[in-house]
Write a protein that binds this ligand. Sequence first.
Ligand code: ZN
Length: 279
Amino acid sequence: MIHYTDHISQLIRDIVLRVPALSFIQPADVLVFARLGRTGADGPYATCHSLNLPPSEPGYYFWRDRESGRLTRRSEWFVTKSPSVSIAGHEIKYLLSFTLPRFCDQSLLRSYKREFYHDSEPWVAKLDTIVHELYHIDPEEPGIRRVTRADGEYSARMHSPGFFQEVVQMVHQYLASGPDPAVYEFLRDDFRQLEARYGGVVGTTFRTFPSYPQRYVEPLSPQPAVPGEAEEVALERLRVRPARTRYTEADLRLRRFTAQAARPLRGRFTPVRHEHQAA
Ligand SMILES: [Zn+2]
């Protein structure tokens, strides 16, 4: 079987060596994992999740009386925090998730990306997605790269028209740099072809699958007072589910992905490396 997320990690190591604009990325800071996403269903091919943002400023939810505008009810004070994920003692800063099998079945032929890649083979859509997610990593500060919106404001989680173009340039730059085809050729196969060639597709997931480390809410303790707050303001307790705050390599599980499901792998697993097939 092919260890798909491991192949993506190897490819990322090669991309950051060959694309100067991404050379600030330390591959050891990035953990690639798989989520389930069916081909043809709506949803992302991949997502970049930052773990290195500091805790938020303390805050609370509040409700006002519509007539008087007076504060009638508020929640406890809370902060949001990123969980810690450390692999062999090294703190991970970014998680990149890829949805299988949807990512494997991505093709330029059915994509808006086609207009950016006139002379490229269909599988290059997948390389574009990988570079796109890497480009979300902010070189200057923790978190996701912010882009300038049309109104001049900065925004995270948005794409300027320039963002897509720059990704296209980096993809071309990578392919023109003479990489070993064995590093990226696994992208040529769609999901059915991968299953036929390797006997199965395996990816790293979290033991908490389908859940994965995400920012969580933590009530402040002790609870500060709100200056000048009237006594009749009702206090609402936060209903927060107990969140995992620390993850290590012991929380990773290999799962085998099929068209519909992902199941934990049992028994010994010997990955099959992709070997370059001369055309
Ligand atoms: Zn994006």
